[in-house]
Design a protein around this ligand. Structure first.
Ligand code: ADP
Ligand code: MG
Length: 234
């Protein structure tokens, strides 16, 4: 028996993604292999159009591969129907986007609470976990603030709290510092460092090498192919 803790969070094998067909087909990913173990912090870098978001969308079960295998926490995603995939997405993955994707005119508290409403968590537990998540990101004093009353860095911290609150196996971030100034970028990166130190598994896409340097490992996407940096930890 394999110890559940040894099951990789992500196990991607020869995965390809083609958009469209015939003359206009775009080969966005070409036979990509990627293994991410529990507690790892992995940065995915590459130029615009190289296939980073395509990869992240598939890892997050927002889209399916054209071919190849993808195991999330030991489960073959292809074996699941759409409803099972959406349950898996809700339970196992916390998403963080460049543009925060918070609900406008809604408090930080309500934004963070929402994924637990979908997951059927009791009101009392929702309240406790929402306040704890906002505390982790240093926003206990802004629970009633709406997104437009918060700075970009604070909005992204609310988005991180929302991603954390369902206790996902994996945090997936697509260019989370792309809309932030350098001070807010530093805050959000410190937050990721803390999450990593407490055992979270993080896969972060960025085109900024200074951001990538904070991770354990960097993988580079070039024209849909993935290469691991020399000197990366095994
Ligand atoms: P990145 O995030 O690295 O900028 P993407 O994954 O968004 O790259 O895109 C990789 C390639 O796939 C690009 O050539 C892009 O134009 C193409 N692409 C992305 N999404 C689609 C789509 N939905 N339909 C067709 N082509 C797409
Ligand atoms: Mg992208």
């Amino acid at each position: 028996m394999t110890d559940p803790a040894d099951v990789p969070v992500l196990d991607v094998r020869r995965m390809s993604k083609v958009y469209g067909e015939g003359d206009t087909a775009v080969h966005a990913l070409r036979e990509v292999d990627l293994l991410v173990r529990r507690g790892e912090y992995v940065a995915v870098v590459g130029q615009s159009g190289s296939g980073k978001s395509t990869l992240l969308n598939i890892l997050g079960c927002l889209d399916g591969p054209t071919s190849g295998r993808y195991l999330l926490d030991g489960l073959d995603v292809a074996d699941l129907d759409e409803r099972q995939q959406s349950v898996l997405r809700n339970r196992q993955i916390g998403f963080i986007f460049q543009s925060f994707n918070l609900i406008p005119r809604t408090s930080a508290f309500a934004n963070v609470e929402l994924p637990m409403v979908y997951a059927g968590v009791s009101r009392r537990d929702r309240r406790r976990r929402t306040l704890a998540a906002l505390d982790v990101v240093g926003l206990s004093h802004r629970t009633e603030s709406r997104p437009n009353q918060l700075s970009g860095g604070q909005q992204q911290r609310v988005a991180v709290a929302r991603a954390l609150v369902t206790r996902p196996a994996l945090l997936l971030a697509d260019d989370p510092t792309g809309n932030l100034d350098s001070a807010s970028t530093a805050d959000v990166l410190d937050l990721f460092d803390n999450l990593h130190a407490t055992g979270r598994t993080i896969v972060l896409i960025t085109h900024d090498h200074e951001v990538a340097e904070r991770a354990d490992r960097t993988v580079t996407v070039t024209d849909g192919r993935l290469t691991e940096q020399a000197g990366a930890r095994p």
